[in-house]
Design a protein around this ligand. Structure first.
Ligand code: GFB
Length: 314
């Protein structure tokens, strides 16, 4: 295994999933690292096809890989497209991890999600809470696929000495988010809904669920910075949580988004929609001990995300 710190300078670095919110943030952040960023569009490389992935890795020979390709979505998408969330995320992880192993990739980071922890894990959730209890049903297929990816990365490390590491980001938001009204995560959904109500003069906006669940949000540029940092300084089988260390009730968060957008009407609850996990706050003490903390305060992050949404509408 390479020595620490692992230096990305001069390396061919593959960002799998570079069109997504996380992958595009990684590409922006890696532009400062003096490495050669390698990407592949879906037309060039279908990551769900093992033989195509193997051939691409043999030809391109990336030295480092950020595995940020995934089928993602909010609570409704996860709960509805259960087969695709399980199948696609499994196959992406297995194809890329195996190809990386077969072609001797020096270092790989697998990105998971805080929903891999048990639904009722003690808060804040430590890395060792993995596989200690039942998962949240609305995102069980996605979580199972991510847990399989974590375990495959770990198996290549333990059996073959591969320098594969896994990180668990909390709920993310920022430029490049998916603003689909039904399938998005809560941040993008509320930015869009409050914005549309403001523009159309709507009197009220409904927020899904009871408003009592708590979530921890991290701006995606902070995530990308943490990933690049951990790629450099971390090499171990254990997971590393990546979060801000603070959470907020969805009802309070909705008020913060309304403030950011400038919506002054009423906020109501749509109790026909699921709440999901009651609370999902990551314990970020391991990350702090590795020398990284979130930098973007929620209000500044939301203002930035809203500006990028308005920009993308133009
Ligand atoms: O962001 P979200 O879909 O993800 O929902 P999860 C977070 C909370 O916001 C839930 C509430 O309690 C929702 O009920 N919420 C309120 C809304 N209004 C809305 C809305 O308009 N849209 C959405 N989407 N939610 C996903 C998982 O869970 O988070 C994934 O399904 C993944 O597996 C991802 O881990 C980060 O935090 O509930």
């Amino acid at each position: 295994m390479p020595q620490l710190p692992y230096d990305l300078a001069g390396k061919r670095v593959f960002v799998a999933g570079h069109r997504g919110m996380v992958g595009s943030a990684l590409v922006r952040r890696l532009a400062r690292e003096n490495c050669k960023i390698v990407t592949a569009t879906r037309a060039d490389l279908d990551l769900t096809q093992q033989m195509a992935v193997d051939a691409w890795f043999r030809t391109v020979k990336p030295q480092a890989v950020f595995l940020a390709a995934a089928k993602v979505g909010g609570i409704h998408a996860n709960n509805t497209f259960r087969a695709e969330f399980l199948y696609e995320n499994l196959v992406l992880a297995t194809n890329i991890l195996r190809a990386a192993h077969e072609t001797g990739v020096e270092k790989l980071m697998f990105l998971g999600s805080s929903c891999i922890y048990p639904r009722l894990a003690a808060q804040p959730m430590r890395e060792d809470a993995l596989l200690t209890g039942p998962l949240e049903p609305t995102n069980e297929p996605y979580a199972i696929a991510k847990i399989a990816g974590i375990k495959l990365a770990e198996a290549y490390r333990l059996q073959y000495g591969r320098d594969f590491i896994s990180v668990m980001p909390t709920n993310l938001y920022g430029p490049g988010d998916n603003y689909h009204p039904e399938h998005s995560h809560v941040v993008a959904a509320l930015i869009r809904r409050f914005h549309e109500a403001k523009v159309s003069g709507g009197k009220s906006v409904a927020v899904w669920g009871t408003g009592t669940p708590k979530r921890e949000f991290l701006h995606v540029d902070d995530l990308a910075d943490a990933c690049v940092h951990l790629m450099r300084v971390y090499s171990d089988a254990g997971l590393v949580n990546i979060g801000s260390g603070e959470d907020i009730a969805i009802a309070d968060f909705a008020r913060a988004v309304a403030r950011t957008v400038g919506f002054e009407g009423a906020i109501t609850s749509d109790a026909s929609r699921p709440d999901g996990t009651p609370r999902k706050l990551l314990d970020v003490s391991k990350l702090a001990s590795l020398g990284w903390r979130a930098k973007t305060p929620m209000d500044a992050g939301l203002a930035h995300a809203y500006a990028s949404y308005v920009d993308s509408m133009r």
